[in-house]
Design a binder for this molecule. Sequence first.
Ligand SMILES: [Cu+2]
Length: 664
Amino acid sequence: MKNILILLVTYLISLWSFSQNKEQDSVKITNLEEIILIGHKAALYEKEIKSLGTVDEFLQQSSKVDMIKRGAYAWEPIINNMATERTLITIDGMRIFGACTDKMDPITSYVEVTNLSEATINSGQEGGLFGSTIGGSIDLKRNKSTFGENQWKYQINSGFETNNSQKIVGASLNYRGKKIYVDTDVMHRNANNYKAGNNSEVLYSQFNKINVSNTIGFKYNDSKLIETSLIYDKATNVGYPALTMDVSLAKSLITSIKYEYKPLNSNIKNWETKLYFNTIEHKMDDTTRPNVPIHMDMPGWSETFGYYSKLNFTKEKHQVLVNLNSFYNKSVAEMTMYPNNPNENIMFMYTWPDVRTFYNGIFINDDFIINNNSTLNVSTSFGSHSNKVASDFGLQSMQIFYPNMEAQKVRFLKSFGTKYKYVKSAFYYSLGMAYSERPPSVSEGYGFYLYNSFDGFDNIGNPNLTNEKAIEASLSFGFEKDRFKVNASTSYFSFFDYIIAITNPVLVPMTIGANGVRVYTALENASIFNSSISSEINLSNAFKYNIQVSYARGKDNNNDNLPFISPLSYTTSVRFNKNQFTTELSLRGNAIQSHYNPEYGEDKTPSYAVISINSGYKFKFQTTSFITKVGIENVLDTYYSTYADWKNIPRMGRNIYINLNISL
Ligand SMILES: [Cu+2]
């Protein structure tokens, strides 16, 4: 708390001192959001990574994003060391909720790199554009053509990875005209078990996925556009080696229709309204595993309807964004247990008791140009959030623990943030303060005997939880000149009513072999501190050196460590770039995880460092262009796991890949 007060005072003083400086404005509003180019677009800009890597691999480039891994597929993004509940992930502004009680299907698992052009990452409360968040947001932006002279484009994407024999095959077809564009693509991935370092096979790490996507844009005059979008994604036979079950089916259909108004010569820059619907089906499967103590069926479904209407306009020195948004989600998950003894009864329960969530909110953001050097950003959001348990059976089950529980609970959510940015020649800095709130997730509020294999406890939701709140302070500064760039940023989140599951010694677990039962509770306070420093040096026109170092700490109310907080981590690389050829040598590693907490299932994960090499070559043959990427990941075949690997599941050993994109 003291730290926050000091920061707040410093912040106010600097605000006051710089606002005294009144010059004519010409400063451009520089957004602090981070943009990561994805897929083909990244390849075009000679980004170092493989062009057909997974969405997860692309997101991992950000110093603010890391991934919790339960296997080779569907990693769970964490932003500022906060996982799904505290963050917000959207696809072109659409809210989508996974259908798995074990977090096997983050939103990022339902898209493909060929669907996307980039990801916008916002840290902390700034990410509240499409709903409430504490840690930040990732908005995945669809790939789409623009209008122009009639043109057809075909593309073939293919790749192979040796470690798990991953085969990647895809094609896309883009048409653009003066009034219409149509983008379609198909992508298929299939992989066997991967091998960790020292050639040790990781059983149940295979996956198979097909993804189809389509976008149609129609312009009926110079300022008005209608666009429809569809993504169909189906993963089958996906292994989760760190968990006790696999997935036989994870299927999604994501659809939307958008109306966009972009008047010329107006204060209104852009006004877009979107209606959307998505449906997800998830089926867990334990039939492929040996020695299952009790066979279970655990399917889950999630359906979301929603809309947003986002208006961007300028007024004098203000650039304002207003976004009205709303969604209605239905989440159901079931568990049926089949005892080995046929005389015993089959047991059925709702692990998510058909929870209906209805959210209505508004987000307003104002970028104000104070003078030549400084801008002030202010943003706020308000929302009403209601949860209703629609299944009577599910409600009665929850009432065993909460006899006075009612089916519906309504809460209000608000957030407020301000950020001051100052730029002078090569130097810049920014200071921010924010307050944000989030509601409990469906699992935290209504989960019923959800087994967490990480700490070995069955978890029970708590419908009486209040909103989790956080005060956030952030500071970033940097220097950019000629061949040298450096940026350092830190953020500090002080939580109130931090939601976490705490052991209740009275309750008896349902899962055979579980350590006990935990109930979601609010800790009076907790804190998370993040920091990172990155630098880029152009050694010559052809050689570039990069380094990025991050460090974080997380503590609960007893000053004990919070789980899944990154130890010191680093990546560094040297890149050579000449004409159409690039090559890169990189080193990535973590220090030893000394701030772990065994209470949450963590142990002291050793340090690691892995070396990778890649190179890319672009060339044109007549009208056909080729992009090839070849690389070796984990060159030394190191056996390792990180703090974010579920139950220390080892990472992939040496892997050689080749990606080829052909455009006609
Ligand atoms: Cu699942």
